[in-house]
Design a protein around this ligand. Structure first.
Ligand SMILES: Nc1ncnc2c1ncn2[C@@H]1O[C@H](COP(=O)(O)OP(=O)(O)OP(=O)(O)O)[C@@H](O)[C@H]1O
Ligand SMILES: [Mg+2]
Length: 286
């Protein structure tokens, strides 16, 4: 049987409070999930539920106070410096905002070459690699000499994806990578994520507040609610037949283009809010 690539096991994250003697804020309260090689795990939940925090914990950037995160069997918290460097090549990230994620004064070639040069890849090989990466994300090779401001949001996101791919990662944490894009661009960039996964076998932890977005891409979907995973399972099951009332509410919250249907869903949602389930959910949450 294949081993999971990444195992997140009962992870707690507490942010220290700003004020004197204030208790820390528990952003993750015992989160467990695993990601298989080549898998896309979607992570959905409302704003503030802890999605970004979980992504940051995987990248070693959140104050983890309990539990463990293992990458290919090794605890990421206590790796040697050398293994840590290797890990940071193998786990990459794509953020939401394509405007701030690229250095505006570097050409695309310079941005994409940076991680390669750190690895002592020769200038000639790096330049070749840049053409391959641009091609892989559907940009013309003459993009290399241009600056980020010459590109649209969708194109910039393609460049950010190319940069994340430069070192052949095994996992990419994608934190709302299409949320800033208009709908048709969103669909094309999602297609790109899928094609890249098919071609390279990279795994994704794909964060979004929008179930419709993760449904398209994810093999499994985890639903977060106030720092906990309340539902985790195969994408089609979680998104078509959710068990947890919070997930149902999240599904009903996704807008649909048909106003009559939308009205119907709003009514369904309101009914759900009043239901026994919802009472139980509220009791769970306190
Ligand atoms: N550096 C920090 N210090 C203190 N609290 C933080 C910090 N970062 C996040 N939080 C808090 O932790 C909680 C979870 O935040 P997080 O950014 O993980 O949520 P999210 O699910 O990604 O939300 P969104 O959909 O808005 O991006 C929030 O209540 C947030 O205010
Ligand atoms: Mg976030």
């Amino acid at each position: 049987m294949t081993e999971p690539l990444l195992v997140i096991d009962d992870v707690h994250v507490a942010y220290p409070a700003k004020g004197w003697r204030r208790p820390p804020f528990h952003a993750l309260k015992g989160v467990s999930l695993d990601i298989m090689p080549g898998e896309c795990v979607g992570l959905v939940g409302e704003s503030g539920s802890g999605k970004t925090t979980l992504g940051r914990a995987v990248l070693g950037l959140a104050p983890v106070t309990g539990g463990s995160i293992r990458y290919r069997g090794a605890e990421i918290g206590n790796l040697s410096r050398r293994s840590r460097r290797k890990l940071s090549d193998e786990i990459q990230v794509v953020f939401q905002d394509p405007y701030s994620s690229l250095n505006p004064s570097l050409t695309i070639e310079q941005s994409l070459t940076e991680p390669l040069r750190v690895k002592k890849v020769s200038a000639a090989d790096a330049s070749l690699r840049v053409r391959t990466l641009l091609d892989q994300v559907g940009l013309p090779s003459n993009a290399a000499g241009r600056l980020p401001r010459e590109f649209s949001g969708g194109q910039r996101q393609r460049i950010a994806i190319a940069r994340a791919l430069a070192l052949d990662p095994r996992v990419i944490v994608c934190d709302e990578p299409v949320s800033a894009l208009d709908l048709s661009t969103q669909a094309r960039v999602l297609e790109l994520f899928k094609d890249i996964q098919d071609a390279t076998g990279v795994a994704y932890l794909f964060v979004s507040h929008d179930l419709a977005v993760v449904r398209h891409l994810s093999h499994r979907v985890a639903v977060m609610y106030r720092g906990e995973i309340v539902e985790y399972g195969p994408g089609d099951e979680v998104t078509s037949d959710p068990e947890h009332p919070y997930t149902r509410r999240l599904l009903l919250a996704a807008p649909v283009p048909d106003p009559v249907l939308q009205e119907q869903r709003r009514a369904d949602r309101d009914r759900l809010l009043d239901s026994q389930d919802e009472m139980a959910l509220r009791l769970d949450a306190v």
